[in-house]
Structure formats: C-alpha cells, structure tokens
Design a protein around this ligand. Structure first.
Ligand code: DX5
Ligand code: ZN
Length: 215
C-alpha cells in the first residue's frame, strides 16, 4: 500500500483552511507538516499552534521536524495532535535513540530522517525502534526543488538494511516528488510519498493522489 502525504508548505496561505480541506478530500493518507527553525535549515515555518488546529481535522498529521534539539519539543508536538513525528539524524546526534523512544512514549509513530549526503548506515542502530524512515530526496529547507537522483539508491540501501534487521518500517520520500519521480521512488522501495508543489499544482488533486496510490 502506498501512502500519500501532501506537504502544506506549498499551500496557498491566503486560503489555508480550504487547502487543508483539499488535502482531505483528495483521499490523501496524511498531511505533511514541515517544521523549520531557522537553524537546522535557514527558513522558519510552522509551529505547534497551527498544528493544534490541523489535528482536529479527520486526517493524520505527519510532522517533519527540521529543527535542532528536537527532544525539547516532542511532547508539545505530540500534545498538539501529531500522529507521526520524524526527527533528523543530523539534528539529534547521539540522542537519536532516546528521542525516538520519547516519541513513542508520547503515543506517536516515530520517524527518523537523513539528508541526501548522510549515509543510511548512520541510522542502522535505530532501525528496530522506528515506525518510519524518511529519505530526503532534496536538501531540506524549501519546497519546489528537483529530486536528486542518487537519493533513490539510498531508498534501495535502506530497504536492504531493514531486511537484514528483519524490520519493516514505512519508507517515506520527501522532495521533488511528482507523478514521474514517484514512480521511480516506489520502484526503489518507498511506500509513503510526500508531495508539496506537485500536489498543489495538480489540476485534479484527487486524480493526482489516486495515480500515486496506484503505483
Ligand atoms: C523540504 C520539505 C518538503 C517540501 C516538499 O524541506 O521537507 O516537505 O515541502 O516540497 P516539494 O514537493 O515541492 O519538493
Ligand atoms: Zn518535509
């Protein structure tokens, strides 16, 4: 089963509520919520307040924390209604495992992400305590970029690492995903697709989601 998680970063903020409803009515599985702190990545995006509004909607919120010291904020994002919380291996450093455990203790699904130039071996020691692995297919920080082709090899590598460890977490990809690149990502082993620009630019959002889910 392929899950689709449209990223709100690419929404038209003048009609934010309608854009959220568009994601829900498209049949998407989750709402991807990009949190940026101006330090882990240059930009600053959304925080916990807006999440409390979104989490009242009938869809799971997939929180992607592009922040330093994620351990300090897990409880707040969990209390605000996140279903998935993904942290970056590069941000959590030696505290990755403890932070992932904390996410689960707070009742959420725990995800770990690696940037394009971080090898998948860097997360090998936490594979058995994650529900989701997010392979960044662009440098995190902004929407509308082109997928970096070599990142799809990392999807294959992480898939075989999971087989080696006999675990089966969700494998999510994020960045530059459109109808064509989604196909390549699914072939490589991804089963959860984040799409920002491509989703919000699609003529027919429902059709877009249906196409991705049928890959
Ligand atoms: C990038 C974010 C992505 C971004 C994806 O740092 O993590 O979720 O919104 O946007 P597109 O699909 O436009 O590449
Ligand atoms: Zn993201």
């Amino acid at each position: 089963m392929i899950r689709v998680s449209p990223s709100l970063l690419a929404a038209d903020y003048r009609k934010f509520g309608d854009e959220v409803d568009k994601v829900i009515s498209s049949g998407a599985d989750a709402l991807h919520y990009d949190v940026m702190d101006g330090e882990f990545v240059p930009a600053i995006s959304f925080g916990q307040g807006l999440l409390s509004f979104l989490s009242k909607k009938p869809i799971d919120v997939d929180v992607h924390l592009m922040i330093v010291h994620p351990e300090k904020h897990i409880k707040e994002f969990a209390d605000a209604g996140a279903r998935y919380i993904t942290i970056h291996q590069e941000a959590a450093g030696f505290g990755t495992a403890d932070t992932l455990k904390l996410i689960r203790e707070c009742g959420c699904l725990a995800g770990v992400s690696v940037k394009p130039f971080t090898s998948v071996e860097a997360i090998e020691d936490v594979l058995d305590i994650v529900d989701l692995i997010l392979i960044m297919t662009v440098e995190p920080g902004k929407g509308g970029q082109k997928l970096i082709p070599f990142t799809l090899d990392k999807v294959r590598q992480v898939k075989s690492l999971c087989e080696k460890h006999a675990v089966d977490p969700i494998i999510e990809v994020d960045g530059g995903i459109n109808t064509e690149t989604a196909n390549l990502a699914v072939d490589a082993g991804a089963n959860m697709l984040v799409a920002g620009s491509a989703f919000f630019k699609a003529q027919n959002a429902e059709e877009f989601v249906k196409n991705l889910k049928s890959l």
